[in-house]
Write a protein that binds this ligand. Structure first.
Ligand code: ZN
Length: 127
């Protein structure tokens, strides 16, 4: 049984132009569990993007994961110790510009802008 969490973005008044935003997000747990679950996003232009929970976890933009305060230029600029089977347990909307994911490793401080998430998919597909 896939786990499906669906959120609908209720768009009424936008203070600024937001051409792309997620209309629905479904978090699915594949039947054959090999690498956590995936977030399938349907955008306002009807394009669908699919992101593995591991991919999203590894690009977490929060200051702790980016380690931006470490003066060592060779420091790891990404989260360390993330289990390969990490899963998205929940998500929430942040204002009208971003998403927040709660991961099974207990991490939930990343604010993922729509632009960032959309670009993840486009860079993965070479678009
Ligand atoms: Zn983080």
């Amino acid at each position: 049984m896939p786990i499906i969490l669906t959120g609908h973005f209720d768009i009424k008044v936008l203070p600024y132009s937001m051409p792309l935003f997620p209309e629905t997000i479904e978090i699915r747990l594949p039947k054959t569990k090999i690498a956590g679950n995936v977030a399938e996003i349907t955008w306002s232009d009807q394009k669908k993007t699919v992101h593995s929970s591991y991919q999203l976890r590894m690009v977490c933009p929060c200051a702790k994961c980016r380690n931006t305060h470490n003066p060592d230029p060779n420091a790891v600029r990404g989260p360390i110790g993330v289990p390969p089977f990490v899963e998205i347990e929940a998500f929430d909307w942040v204002g009208n510009y971003a998403l927040n994911f709660m991961f099974s490793d207990g991490h939930n401080s990343g604010i993922y802008t729509y632009k960032h998430v959309r670009e993840l998919d486009e860079s993965a597909n070479g678009v």
